[in-house]
Design a protein around this ligand. Structure first.
Ligand SMILES: Cc1cc2nc3c(=O)[nH]c(=O)nc-3n(C[C@H](O)[C@H](O)[C@H](O)COP(=O)(O)OP(=O)(O)OC[C@H]3O[C@@H](n4cnc5c(N)ncnc54)[C@H](O)[C@@H]3O)c2cc1C
Length: 389
């Protein structure tokens, strides 16, 4: 294999694939290096929620641009992403009702289809839901979920059609430097050279950053999910929901299943190589109890399966994007458990930053690594509590 490229991307998750696609679209010859297999990290375990409700405006902008890719994937990327429109409901804790209203205003000002709805409206949208513990919610009629594996593989195929190369089973073990310039990478399959090197290594990002002597505030975050088979009376799919009142999110899955994840009890700092084939002890019991609080008829459901995954979590639970460390070295990491839905736009913006010197589709400079030096914490104007506790 040729050992030179215009850019080397470390990590074949949704972000590495998206950046390879956008760089390739602009004529760059990329080399995408993946130590295991495509979507073998956080991406392959992702719950795939696609919604725009964030309390931080740049994240809503990224999600909104990305939504248009998910909706029109065949035209914009090619292949399939498995986008399923279910509608999305965000149920906040009652003390955040003012923030909810302000955030919906912000979303509407960006053109995002988002509505303030009452508990009675939610009951009409989802008759099986118990709605006596909140007054207001946000409703995004266009949102839903997509398939992270299909999305990653179709982005990679589209990149390869435009000249990108993918090497799986290839672990990056070092970054090659010439003075203070990135020159390429050392790997288990030899050295590769490029003037641009991007760290898109998900939960391994801090390890990869250390290869240039860069310390980044990214730890690992473990997150379990469960699939429950809905009882016959709940045969019809329900909307996708973030239910802060129960510290939970859930969405329908094909085959009459419902996926459930919890906002609390996600351990930090474990090895990302840990076993994720099964969930942690006690998770399933807690998840069943919570889903039955929102949908009492789930009592008649049956456990289908459960498993875990790891993502990289930054100290303010927001992504770290842009140049950092040696010249030519970039970070696209720290996606903190919510990075799937913004990946198409992040890839476009990172490609602009690399090729044009600044991002233009969305201003992602607030996500730059420099914010940590100034002690700044990225937070929305009308912030909710941290998502993951
Ligand atoms: C269980 C779970 C549920 C989630 N649900 C949602 C959701 O509903 N919606 C949402 O938007 N987000 C969700 N997320 C978050 C989202 O999935 C992640 O933020 C996103 O997938 C991160 O993608 P990535 O490409 O940065 O990382 P990854 O997918 O982890 O990819 C990084 C890749 O780098 C490779 N790598 C690491 N080190 C090296 C090396 N030295 N050499 C070569 N390759 C290397 C790894 O093998 C890995 O494949 C969820 C995450 C988890 C874990």
């Amino acid at each position: 294999m040729e050992n030179t490229a215009d850019a080397i991307i470390i990590g074949g998750g949704i972000h590495g694939a998206s950046l390879a696609f956008h760089l390739a679209q602009r004529g760059m010859k990329c080399l995408l290096l993946e130590k295991n297999y495509l979507a073998g990290g956080a991406t392959g375990r992702s719950s795939g929620l696609v919604r725009m409700h964030y309390d931080l405006e740049p994240e809503s902008r990224l999600a909104w641009v990305s939504f248009q890719y998910f909706r029109d994937w065949a035209e914009m990327v090619g292949g399939e992403c498995g986008f399923t429109r279910t509608g999305f409901i965000h149920i906040p804790l009652p003390e955040y009702t003012d923030s909810l209203k302000a955030n919906i205003d912000m979303h509407q000002s960006l053109g995002i289809p988002s509505l303030l709805v009452t508990a009675r409206d939610v009951k009409r949208l989802a008759p099986s839901f118990k709605v006596d513990d909140f007054e207001y919610a946000a409703y995004e009629p266009e949102s839903g979920y997509a398939d992270p594996n299909m999305s990653t593989s179709s982005l990679t195929s589209a990149a390869r059609e435009r000249g990108a190369r993918l090497l799986q089973g290839c672990t990056v073990t070092g970054i090659l430097l010439e003075g203070d310039r990135a020159q390429g990478v050392r790997t288990t399959q030899g050295d590769f050279f490029a003037p641009i090197v991007v760290n898109a290594a998900g939960p391994w990002a801090a390890q990869v950053a250390e290869m240039t002597g860069l310390e980044i505030p990214v730890t690992t975050w473990r997150h379990d999910t469960m699939f429950i088979k809905r009882p016959a009376e709940l045969r019809l799919p329900h909307p996708t929901v973030i239910d802060d009142a129960n510290s939970m999110y859930f969405r329908p899955e094909s085959g009459g299943l419902t996926l459930v994840g919890l906002e609390d009890g996600n351990p930090l700092g474990l090895s990302p190589e840990g076993n994720t084939d099964s969930s942690q002890p006690g998770f399933v019991e807690r998840a069943i109890e919570r889903i039955c609080q929102r949908i009492p008829a789930m009592e008649g459901g049956a456990l289908h399966s459960s498993h875990g995954g790891f993502d990289g979590l930054s100290s303010d639970q927001r992504a770290i994007l842009g140049p950092a460390g040696p010249d030519g070295y970039y970070l696209a990491c720290g996606f903190s458990g919510t990075g799937f839905k913004i990946a198409p736009a992040v890839g476009a913006c990172m490609a602009e930053w690399i090729l044009d010197g600044e991002p233009s589709t969305v201003d992602i400079t607030p996500f730059s690594f420099e914010r940590f030096a100034s002690g700044e914490k990225l937070a929305g104007k009308h912030a909710y509590r941290d998502i993951w506790r």
